[in-house]
Design a binder for this molecule. Structure first.
Ligand SMILES: *Cc1c(COP(=O)(O)O)cnc(C)c1O
Length: 219
């Protein structure tokens, strides 16, 4: 399958699934996860007209997009991986949305850097719905207080993001994230990847993050 065929088939699944559950396909935004893909693959996807991308490392994102970006003024880049505080300046300069806010120190430093760069990027709080030790994200019970903190720092928190534990049914975690967003008055939900995005759509995903199903296997 070519990248164009993959894109068309994923978009059709999004549209059909949304429709089946009383939603509109265009409310489910497809974040094409371009990490570890060659630049030719990015160019192929760009030539299909796709403009929304996700990267999980700041340095790689700079290498991928620094030269391409000026040619595509409508491009949007989401940071979907962990952000170290020493990369904040570059992240704020490059990304349009930060999906992985998960600790007070990061929230404060980001808010400070955004003011400096005169930006107020939309942000997501990453929630560790499975409470896994090795995984990033705030624990669900800490969310309300952390959200208040982020808002008091001036961050524009628009929604929640999660990566479910591999060994558990993802739908449980998607339903939980949907509930948390509702309870906390947040609109956007970033959830669902290549293997499970169809399950995230009925549960309210507004952003799905799809890599291998679009681009093929990574290096
Ligand atoms: C890599 C990655 C994805 C995409 O994973 P696929 O299984 O290739 O679709 C989605 N979200 C995050 C946070 C990732 O790191």
């Amino acid at each position: 399958m070519t990248i164009k065929e993959n894109l068309n088939s994923i978009q059709k699944i999004i549209d059909d699934t949304a429709k089946k559950f009383g939603r509109v396909g265009k409310d489910v935004h497809l974040v094409a996860v371009s990490k570890k893909q060659p630049v030719e693959a990015l160019k192929a996807m760009l030539s299909c007209g796709h403009r929304l991308y996700g990267e999980n490392r700041v340095q790689e994102a700079i290498e991928h997009w620094k030269e391409l970006r000026p040619h595509y003024p409508d491009l949007k880049l989401h940071l979907i991986g962990p952000l170290q505080t020493n990369k904040i300046k570059e992240a704020v300069a490059l990304f349009d949305v930060i999906e992985t806010i998960d600790r007070p120190k990061l929230a404060s430093a980001l808010a400070h850097e955004m003011k400096k760069q005169d930006k107020n990027l939309p942000c997501f709080i990453q929630v560790n719905t499975g409470e896994e030790d090795q995984k990033a994200g705030v624990h669900p019970q800490a969310l309300p207080e952390f959200l208040k903190f982020c808002q008091s720092e001036g961050l524009n928190i628009v929604g929640l993001m999660c990566i479910p534990p591999v060994a558990e049914p993802p739908a449980l975690h998607f339903a939980f994230l949907q509930k948390l967003a509702k309870e906390n008055g947040l609109k956007e939900l970033s959830m669902g990847m290549s293997s499970d995005f169809e399950k995230a759509i009925p549960l309210g995903a507004t952003y799905i993050r799809v890599g291998t199903a679009l681009f093929g296997a990574r290096d």
